[in-house]
Unconditional design. Structure first.
Length: 385
């Protein structure tokens, strides 16, 4: 705080364990480097800092799993930017993490663990920025040898079609159900309980990702999977980020454009939610990433894809229908979510869920079904520190 690149909160506290967002990190970084930003464009507030980071080559479009600047900054995202700031580069995420650890910018989170999808606190961000400053001044920093070894192993590991490290140790108990196991996701995500568990009728039989990758030409098509992925993530970027002061008809039509147009729920219902969000003074933020290598199929349920998501509910008047999700109102009655009770205002939550996709009348892209929900019987949600 003494150097002026990180400020406290209005009540005078620093809150060192508070999670840092992508925009906050970029602003802190640009301030620490003493780089001027054109403040003539101030909406959103972080625009000048993002522009400066982009012009300087620190940030490149596609660095983040979604383009939500208010989402928590992951350690992998931090590594990509930090490595460029110290004047180095890499060809993929695993090499960026290796460069970050081998140059002393990042340490492991315990016994050398890389925790690439983990978030970053304000205190940790300050430490990283101080290390960047030291490197730029010509210092050689000590390194976490275990973290470097783990990063090197991930860098040299086999890669999937998207260039991501595939791990071969500490596998989930159902590893055979997937074409490969990615380094960046924990076993908890792979072991998420499937829908229709215990139902033996043939129509409910679920084809696993491993089976689909062998037999389904759509799943085998990387470009097609990217379309499905982009559509689902665009849908949830809208659904999870609501502000009653700005939500409008365009928000509704944009959200509806990512839904299956054959379903019975239409634009009118989405507009009803817009009206409710305004009346109930709802403000939320969050992000979601779907994983193409975790795609399932059944004749009854169709395709569903596994997702990792984070959200927090910031404001509302009445705790009801906070999200435009068919099961939000009943989540407190689900055994798997009952312990959470009501989601607390201002608290970040992190979880995994299977998102139902179905064919759209317009272009054949598997879009988000009206039966899709983040709050189902198999969803896992935790509080984030």
């Amino acid at each position: 705080m003494q150097k002026g690149y990180v400020s406290g909160y209005p009540e005078g506290t620093f809150q060192p364990e508070k999670t840092v967002s992508r925009s906050e990190f970029i602003a802190m970084l640009i301030h620490s480097l003493g780089q001027a930003s054109d403040t003539s464009t101030t909406s959103p507030w972080y625009t000048p800092y993002v522009n400066t980071a982009t012009e300087s080559g620190y940030y490149v479009t596609g660095d983040f799993s979604s383009d939500d600047w208010n989402a928590p900054l992951s350690r992998q995202e931090l590594a990509r930017i930090a490595v460029r700031v110290i004047g180095k580069t890499a060809k993929d995420n695993t090499e960026y993490m290796y460069m970050a650890t081998s140059n002393g910018v990042l340490s492991g989170t315990g016994k050398g663990a890389l925790n690439v999808t983990g978030t970053t606190t304000r205190a940790q961000t300050v430490t990283v920025i101080e290390r960047i400053s030291s490197i730029l001044q010509g210092e050689t920093l000590p390194v976490d040898a275990l973290a470097v070894a783990n990063a090197q192993e991930a860098m040299n590991a086999p890669k999937d079609p998207w260039g991501r490290a595939v791990r071969t140790t500490n596998l989930p108990k159902n590893a055979k159900d997937f074409p490969y196991i990615l380094e960046e996701y924990p076993n908890e995500m792979y072991e998420l309980e499937l829908p229709f568990k215990g139902i033996t009728e043939p129509a409910f039989k679920i084809s696993t990702p491993a089976e689909l990758y062998k037999t389904d030409t759509l799943i085998q098509n990387k470009k097609e999977m990217e379309k499905w992925k982009d559509n689902a993530e665009a849908y949830y970027k809208l659904l999870l980020n609501v502000d009653y002061r700005t939500i409008n008809g365009k928000w509704a039509t944009d959200l509806y454009s990512h839904k299956n147009q054959w379903n019975s729920v239409g634009l009118e219902e989405v507009m009803d939610y817009v009206a409710w969000a305004k009346k109930n003074k709802i403000v939320t933020e969050g992000s979601l990433v779907v994983e193409p290598s975790m795609m399932f199929y059944s004749r009854i349920g169709g395709y569903f894809i596994r997702a990792e998501f984070s959200f927090r509910i910031k404001e509302y008047t009445e705790y009801n229908e906070i999200f435009d999700d068919i099961r939000f109102h009943s989540h407190q009655g689900l055994d798997n979510l009952k312990a959470l009770g009501k989601f607390q205002k201002g608290q970040w939550y992190h979880g995994y869920a299977d998102i139902v996709l179905s064919t759209n009348i317009q272009d054949g892209i598997k879009r988000v079904s009206n039966t899709a929900t983040l709050f189902n019987l198999s969803t896992i949600i935790h509080k984030k520190n």
